[in-house]
Design a protein around this ligand. Sequence first.
Ligand code: FE
Length: 357
Amino acid sequence: MTISRITIGFSAITLCGSLFFITPVIAQTLDVAKEGKELNLYSARHYQTDEALYSDFTKKTGIKINRIEADDNALAERLKSEGSKSPADVILMVDAARLWRAQIDGFFKPIHSPYLESRIPTNLRSKPDTEGSTWFGFSTRARLVVYNKSNVNPVDVNTYEKLAEPINKGKVCTRSGAHPYMLSLIGAMIERRGEAATEEWAKGMVTNMARPPRGGDTDQIKAVASGECGVALTNSYYLVRLLRSTKPEDQAIAAKIGFVWPNQQSSGTHINIAGGGIAKNAPHPQAAVQFLEYLASDPAQEYFANGNNEWPVVKSVRIENEGLKMLGTFKAENISVAAIGRNQIAAQRLLDRVGYK
Ligand code: FE
């Protein structure tokens, strides 16, 4: 009932720019009052700017947000142990591999929201079933190549494929292949090139390693600057954080490295999402829909993406972010993140076969 009212509200004011989500919020607040004006949010995000996001939602709707913040694994464990008694309404996670896993673990329920469907591109959400998608992306991040300017020619590392070629022998560093960021990248490659070609690539990567995979993305950037590695992969926001840092030690690292947008002449640079969905047993399902719809609104898109130097998923939203400006523009891969998530099992299997730790 509430949902259909939202639909009417939106279709009536779609062309009214900033008034966009005011009507549905008012319409829904009445219904939400019946179920209690609060929302339990389980979030793997932990950015200060999110405070503004949540308080803006509360100001607009009167719905208080109770937050549980933990990393993705801890959230998953908690949801498993709480089972059907979980008080979670909305679950936010990072990376399609984790969102897909959460979907398979049964943490989400389908969301029927014409608004979310109109705002979020189809390749940035879970595959819809009869009732709609179960999770949606709300920001995107890209997986970039970082190289040491003193001994690597960017032309030799400007595709993911080239990292596995003999020219890069002994130069490549990555975090563990089993990490969701790597599983998603490999899952995307499986989607583009098939399993056999991706396995060949992974074999070449193992041959080319400067050291066994270890550490996080920032550790890879540091190892490139120190010369231990010639080239590495990192999510864009770690690079932005470093490039914008005023610490002398970070500036020294930034001076030694260059970056390239991989696959610009072909498939585009691999992108992933931070996103979320409604918990299976959400005690406040209407408030949960309302919150996710809020996240897709123009002002929330700005907060959400800016909070971690990411890009909004809603195409019409432009953000002013100096760090993102430093990175410039690029051609992004347009593979469905749902397919990427699904391919992570095949990705893990082929990594095991080639000994990619
Ligand atoms: Fe991260």
